[in-house]
Design a protein around this ligand. Structure first.
Ligand SMILES: NC(=O)c1ccc[n+]([C@@H]2O[C@H](COP(=O)([O-])OP(=O)(O)OC[C@H]3O[C@@H](n4cnc5c(N)ncnc54)[C@H](OP(=O)(O)O)[C@@H]3O)[C@@H](O)[C@H]2O)c1
Length: 260
């Protein structure tokens, strides 16, 4: 079990509506629709986004893009950032073949779309009957229940250009897939399993502590900094208060935020 300090508030992503803006914050106004991510879990799981009200730093918040609703946005931030970091590390500008382990998940489904847009040909294992074959971007579906490397060697004797592994917990586990990556290939893990060596990169670890504590989250009923008041934590800029419910009576998503 992860280290934790009660009270524990789960969740890291959120989307909602700005309820209040701290006096030193620019770029956000009451009523703005925003999305963001609670920065980290340091030193233990404690702050989270599954609350009605959050206090979060302004630099951790972005305006909701046109065409994205709050439900989509509430699931996107960390999975999206991890997928973007993976796409950067994979350096897919030249296209090529990419094996994605975990393409069916949150990070994987976004990474596949980014990689396909960049011109990569994507190969991915999936369980029989999974909807992966109908997902945009996946060119070849491998049988997850069979030997992945053997299937790939049969179809692509020269190997693949890159591997994105979103499931392996260790380099040993990841290397069972990495055997099919060419000598100059790139190997990326979101679980710190890429190991060391040329072309290998770890883009995120969900359990990594953030460099500084994140006391920004507040629970319903917790006093929050408002316009003209001092921030709760003097080392931070003042707060925007963001309510996690969409106007019009839809269910709350994520939580409210005090954005510093
Ligand atoms: N989401 C984030 O914000 C975030 C940020 C940083 C790091 N990470 C890390 O990145 C990893 C992926 O995150 P996620 O949010 O995408 O998780 P997720 O939604 O649970 O997706 C993982 C996917 O991988 C599939 N899978 C598991 N084992 C597999 C295998 N051997 N072969 C092929 N597919 C397999 C799972 O399918 P089944 O469910 O059918 O087994 C699932 O669809 C996690 O380990 C997480 O700790 C996530």
């Amino acid at each position: 079990m992860a280290e934790h300090t009660f009270p524990v508030i789960l969740g890291r992503d959120y989307a909602g509506v700005v309820e209040q803006v701290g006096s030193g914050v620019t770029g956000f106004a009451v009523g703005d629709q925003i999305l963001g991510g609670v920065p980290g879990m340091s030193p233990a799981v404690h702050d989270g986004a599954w609350a009605e009200l959050l206090a979060v730093p302004a630099q951790a918040v972005a305006h909701l893009p046109d065409g994205v609703d709050l439900a989509q946005a509430g699931a996107a931030p960390w999975a999206g950032l991890t997928a973007l970091a993976a796409a950067d590390a994979l350096d897919l500008r030249q296209g090529g073949t990419l094996l994605v382990i975990g393409a069916t998940g949150g990070v994987g489904s976004l990474a596949v779309q980014l990689a396909a847009t960049a011109g990569a040909t994507i190969l991915a294992p999936a369980s029989r009957g999974h909807r992966l074959p109908t997902r945009p971007g996946v060119a070849e579906v491998l049988d997850r229940g069979a030997d992945i490397a053997a299937q790939l060697r049969q179809r692509h004797p020269d190997g693949v250009d890159a591997l994105l592994d979103l499931t392996s917990q260790s380099p040993d586990q990841l290397n069972t897939y990495a055997t099919v990556v060419g000598d100059d290939g790139r190997i990326v893990s979101s679980l710190g399993a890429a190991g060391k060596g040329p072309g290998r990169a770890n883009v995120a670890r969900a359990s990594s502590p953030s460099p500084s504590p994140n006391p920004a989250t507040s629970r319903p009923g917790t006093p929050t900094a408002g316009p003209g008041t001092r921030p709760q934590h003097p080392s931070r800029t003042p707060a925007v208060r963001v309510v996690g419910s969409e106007r019009g009576g839809r269910r709350p998503i994520g939580g409210a935020a005090n954005v510093k």
